[in-house]
Design a protein around this ligand. Structure first.
Ligand code: HT7
Ligand code: ZN
Length: 875
């Protein structure tokens, strides 16, 4: 397979103005007729051949201006149809036959349960018809869908329905017209026996929009929350960005088989059922919040992505980074802002930082790719969002909004580049963002090395900041340039009080932002009465690794007194990490480990001090994950990390048992379930406390969990209790609970996903047999991405001790699944293989076992997706 390079971009030779499509739906032989009104691109020369993409299509008819083409007038291969000569302006008609039932890749038109649905981003439309399937070709679409009236009573596509009627042989049709020009990746079609819930939203200018959520009948009771989230998002986008919805109808459809979370097709969003369905009996708090975030994300794309789209797929972060930033801001506004920030930063620091440090590291705007589906990554999405957040920090909220307004109005209806977004911001903010553009081009996580020097006599505190970005594949460290970034900070005195900041003779309050753009800076704070403790990178103002030689007492001070909630949490994480690392060292040396008294002191303080933000308190009581700890090590010792984290959890549980018990009891609520942030905070705190109590291994604690499981109040509490029971050594409690849960929820695929994940994350060594057993369970299907993620993804990513077993059986199991998925669903194969590619800082034995499995995979006839990942991993 060949790589495609950004530097080779050329506009298409021909544009499409209008498309008429007709689908005659059939499981194995759907007939797709297309009429494309085309013209030469004004910036390309005359006489160029017309190149259309097409994959797995059987061409049955082709004509230009109604004149069928002879076979020698065009060339067909597995991926393209090329017509050597076409007029300046013409109408192209084609007819192809496709096989949706055989489509296990879930790209293009496919069957999911009893319905037909589509996924066209990034390059799925070419599996539907021959087309210049690239985002810089924008056209209006009219789509007629024909299907069996009984089996497929509902026929949906983009835009508004314009006509419908009966046809012979029990068939019927609906025609849809989307008046907004769009790229082919935003095309959608759904057909099936669906039912809807309907609501309305009146836009700021007084237009009534009909909102519909289409689901299979058994899921009608799981739509209310998403509908509410949609209305909240529509209102928020009007208020925060001045963006109003533009069609009269907005539809969401839930499908069971879907490669990602959801898709923002114009007027017809298609959702993975896991990202839209929710109710208290079946859905945990975190998933309610995920649903809210994804519903908002897809809705926000209507402007950041659909009205203003990407010129080419290298610009993916233009829509994704900005839209993630928008959905993060929305969730922060409607829930707990500090907790949202903590959660987002945790994902970034554990998962995106790992990507940036691994073999598939790439810039937020990649320069080349073999398979674009491989670039829907944490780097493009999450680091992309952090870049937009930095712009907001650098410009200030008001000028950022002016920049966004300028971007939307200037580029409405166009397919544009990252430069167009950044220049709108630069113009609105009157700031030079030339260096800032490096964030899009340089891969790897920058490191800030900070040192502080206090001169008591002069009452001056000097902060020296150096930045560097480590080497990443194709980008040696010496070619990395300094980045422009905002560093938010404050200073605390020894009693924890905020010190007023005087910088260059100017008063800056107690919280300020300094800008870095050189490799080294020195900031000189004056009138500092005593040696301060700096609180650096407040709110995680830039996606970097910050190094400062804090001692434990300084961290404890920050945990207790820093005015920035995020940094209080972060100081706690640093302290916990240091405590866990100390235990790791003891275990490695065969010495007796101890619980760091400073950490115990901080936990005691947190538990004894009344808090007005329970949600943040719950986060502060959580220890860093094994994945995060691993990311902080030069050499990763899988077992020591696991044992040390367990030791610290247990030691805290034992030392603070009465306090955790009191916390558990104080956060019992009799109120009916609501996914409100107050209630979520209470449940979170209660279940964190239960976790520490159960970590002691005490029978009393396990019975508390058993009781909570049996009380069956809501899925959040049930699942937390079941996880503790199933992960304990007490089989007599865990096994019956797992069995009862599996039987009770056998009819509900989304709950069964949770049941799979709970079992395969059990840390005990017997888990591998359980994984193999569950792969044969009737509720498991390798063709369903949610099942693969729940069983194999959860095992490989969250059960680190067992995935990394020294006999290599964990690796082998995952590699076997990857090989099978390579044939069925290349996109999912290339995602599920990720943990096998992260061997760089592991011990030699594990490295060689992992490499051997990757080499075994490489011997297969690989899809483009997997080829690209495996080649990079083994390079
Ligand atoms: N824009 C959507 C991307 C997407 C996707 C990409 C590859 C394969 C399948 C996919 N389904 C959806 C989702 C989003 O970011 O909103
Ligand atoms: Zn998106």
């Amino acid at each position: 397979p060949q790589a495609i390079h950004l530097k080779d971009y050329l506009p298409p030779a021909y544009l499409v103005d209008d498309v008429a499509l007709k689908f005659d739906l059939d499981d194995h032989a759907t007939r797709v007729s297309a009429r494309l009104k085309m013209r030469r691109h004004p910036q390309r020369e005359a006489g160029l051949p017309l190149e259309l993409f097409g994959t797995a299509l059987r061409l049955t008819h082709i004509a230009i201006e109604g004149q069928p083409l002879d076979e020698d007038e065009y060339r067909l291969d597995a991926e393209r149809l090329v017509i050597a000569k076409v007029p300046e302006r013409f109408e192209l008609t084609t007819e192809v036959i496709i096989d949706p039932a055989a489509n296990t890749a879930l790209e293009g038109l496919y069957r999911s349960s009893s319905m037909f649905c589509t996924q066209c981003e990034p390059e799925g439309f070419r599996r539907i018809t021959y087309y210049p399937d690239r985002p810089d070709v924008m056209a209006t679409f009219t789509t007629t869908v024909i299907g069996d009236r009984e089996r497929l009573p509902v026929l949906l596509s983009n835009g508004n329905p314009t006509e419908s009627g009966e046809l012979p042989n029990g068939r019927h049709f609906v025609t849809w017209r989307d008046p907004f020009p769009k790229p082919s990746y935003l095309f959608a079609l759904v057909a099936g026996a669906l039912e809807k819930v309907e609501d309305h939203f009146t836009t700021v200018s007084g237009r009534q929009v009909t909102l519909q959520i289409w689901v299979e009948r058994e899921n009608l009771d799981k739509t209310e929350f998403a509908m509410g989230a949609l209305k909240r998002a529509m209102k928020w986008d009007e208020e925060a960005y001045g963006r109003e919805y533009d069609l009269d109808l907005f539809m969401i459809v839930a499908v069971n088989d879907f490669n990602m979370g959801a898709m923002e097709n114009k007027g017809l969003n298609i959702f993975n059922s896991s990202a839209v369905l929710a109710n208290p009996a079946t859905t945990v708090d975190a998933n309610f919040q995920r649903v809210e975030g994804i519903v908002a994300h897809e809705y926000f794309h209507n402007w950041s992505g659909n009205r203003v789209t990407c010129r080419d797929w290298f610009q993916l972060a233009l829509k994704e980074g900005f839209t993630v930033f928008r959905d993060q801001s929305f969730s922060a506004d409607v829930n707990s802002a500090p907790v949202k920030r903590i959660e987002d930063v945790s994902v970034l620091r554990t998962m995106q930082f790992a990507e940036d440090a691994g073999p598939t590291a790439h810039p937020v705007r990649p320069e080349s790719f073999i398979e674009i589906s491989n670039f829907y990554t944490l780097t493009v999405y999450e680091k992309g969002a952090e870049i937009v957040r930095m712009l907001r920090q650098l410009l200030g909220a008001e000028r950022f909004r002016t920049g966004a307004d300028l971007y939307f109005s200037r580029f409405d209806g166009q397919a544009v580049r990252v430069e167009d977004f950044v220049s709108s911001m630069s113009e609105a903010g009157d700031v030079d963002l030339t260096r800032f553009m490096r964030w899009y081009a340089q891969a790897g996580t920058p490191v800030l090395d900070v040192e502080g020097e206090y001169d008591a006599k002069a009452q001056v505190y000097r902060l020296k900041v150096r930045q560097h970005t480590p080497a990443t594949p194709g980008q040696p460290a010496e070619r990395k340039l300094p980045l422009h970034l905002p560093l938010r900070l404050g200073l605390l005195d020894a009693g924890g009080a905020a010190i007023p900041l005087w910088l260059d003779g100017e008063s800056r309050g107690t919280d300020t932002v300094v800008e870095l753009f050189e490799a080294e800076h020195e900031f000189r704070f004056e009138r500092v009465p005593s040696a301060p403790v700096p609180s650096l990178l407040r709110g995680f103002s830039a996606p970097v690794k910050l190094r400062f030689p804090y001692d434990r007492e300084q961290l404890a001070l920050l945990v207790k007194y820093d005015e920035d909630g995020f940094n209080r949490w972060d100081a706690g994480q640093r302290l916990a990490l240091a405590a866990i690392e100390e235990v790791m060292l003891a275990l490695q040396a065969g010495a007796e480990p101890r619980l760091d008294p400073t950490l115990l002191d901080v936990f005691t303080h947190l538990l004894d001090t009344p808090s007005d933000d329970l949600a943040v308190l719950a986060e502060m009581l959580k220890l860093p994950s094994e994945a995060y700890i691993a990311g902080e090590q030069e050499a990763i010792d899988i077992d020591a990390i696991h044992q040390a984290r367990r030791f610290v959890t247990r030691a805290l549980g034992e030392a603070l048992e009465p306090r955790f018990r009191a916390l558990f009891e104080a956060n019992q609520s009799e109120a009916p379930y609501a996914p409100s942030f107050e209630q979520i905070a209470q449940r979170s705190l209660r279940n964190v406390a239960l976790g520490y109590l159960c970590a002691t291994g005490g029978e009393k604690a396990l019975h508390l969990a058993q009781h909570q499981f049996e009380q069956d109040r809501n899925m959040t509490d049930v699942r937390a209790a079941l996880t503790l029971l199933a992960h304990s050594d007490a089989h007599q409690l865990g096994d019956p609970a797992v069995k009862a849960f599996g039987e009770r929820w056998a009819h509900d695929p989304l709950v069964m996903d949770q049941w799979f994940a709970i079992q395969v994350t059990r840390p005990q060594p017997d888990v591998l047999d359980r994984v193999r057993f569950l792969m044969r369970h009737p509720a498991f299907s390798i063709k369903n991405p949610n099942k693969v993620r729940a069983l194999i993804g959860a095992f490989a990513n969250l059960n680190r001790v067992n995935f990394h077993r020294l006999d290599g059986e964990g690796y082998r199991l995952v590699a076997d699944v990857v090989i099978e998925l390579n044939r069925l669903n290349p996109d999912i194969a290339a995602r599920i293989v990720t943990p096998l590619t992260r061997f760089q800082r592991l011990d030699a034995k594990r490295q060689s076992l992992m490499r051997a499995e990757l080499e075994r995979i490489r011997r297969e006839p690989l899809s483009r997706n997997l080829f690209e990942v495996i080649e990079k991993a083994l390079a």
